[in-house]
Write a protein that binds this ligand. Sequence first.
Ligand code: PLP
Length: 375
Amino acid sequence: MNKDISRRDWLKGSSAVAIAMIAGSRANAQDMTVPGFMPSKDTPLRLSSNENPYGVSQAAREAIMEALEHSHLYSSRREGESKLAALLAKIEGVGIKNITFSGGSGEILKTLGLITAVEGGSVLTADPTYHGLTRYAINRNVEIKRVPVDDTMTIDLDLFREAYTDDVSIIYLVNPNNPLPTIMEKNKLRDFCIEMSKKCLVFIDEAYHEFVDNPDYATMVPLTATHENIVVARTASKIHGFAGIRLGVAYGSEMWIEKINEYITGSTNQLACSGALASYRDTDTQKFVLQKNRESKEIVYNLFDKHNVRYMKSNTNFIFFETGIDVNEVRERFQKHGILVGRQFPPYLTWCRVSMGKPEDMEYFAQIYEKEFVS
Ligand code: PLP
């Protein structure tokens, strides 16, 4: 390759990074803050999987690079993860024996599905909700009982009490829920967990915990240290941008943590643990991501308010909105312009889930929305 061209490209590349850093955006792959980038079918904006558009923090990148030095060595599960467990135990106010790790929280969900398949019982969950546990359990012949959300698209815990039968071994609740970004009121949920955990495992999936800014919400992690049958899953995939690195966390009683460790077939790894240790300490970057997520949501709320579109105020990094059009068609119409949005979420087949990208991405989303859906 001609030297001048590669030098020019290099200069172009480095100035793009500089501009992105000035904008505080830590440019990663494809987004509207990268000069000259135009979304297309081949290089789309990924507003479909609730990922973190800012990627892994600088502190985590450096920690991962450092950890590479000893990543050729096997390490015992406990040895590699103990520093991270100590940090999280301190942050959450539980013991290190109340914590275990996995390659993404999806693995915790599947492990609990596996335990149900092997040890017996059925799963009671909301409709709609995240599919990670139920899809895995169904394939292993576990019966799934579903309780529809109420008129406000919120999980109604009294309906769960009514739906409970003696064969239920796990109640799986996602809080905030996905694809509906609603929460369960904290006192009602705490009472429910304490009451129902006398009968079966109550499993709360808090994948979007860090994004909630709502006085009615509270984490159930503290209960896991004091009550035998409550497990909470968290993930580093969202606020920490570890979706491709893979780190999930389960909080539970010693009995449940031991059982999960016994059944789990995968694991996380040294690079993920070292990166996460730096990332969980890096509260400035977390605050930055939250602030940007709020700005992105404001852009989309304003768009939908302007056009009288029904949507859910979000406790997460995605928004659920009504289009009145089959979601598969909606996806195609966005995709033409290089935007990926969420899949079908029955029974809301004329609603759509859009994940928050950077504010600049959401300005583009708003432009395309107006072009395609406002006549
Ligand atoms: N739980 C919920 C509610 C999710 O939305 C997701 C992913 O989007 C997961 C669990 C799985 O996340 P991961 O396996 O990346 O930790």
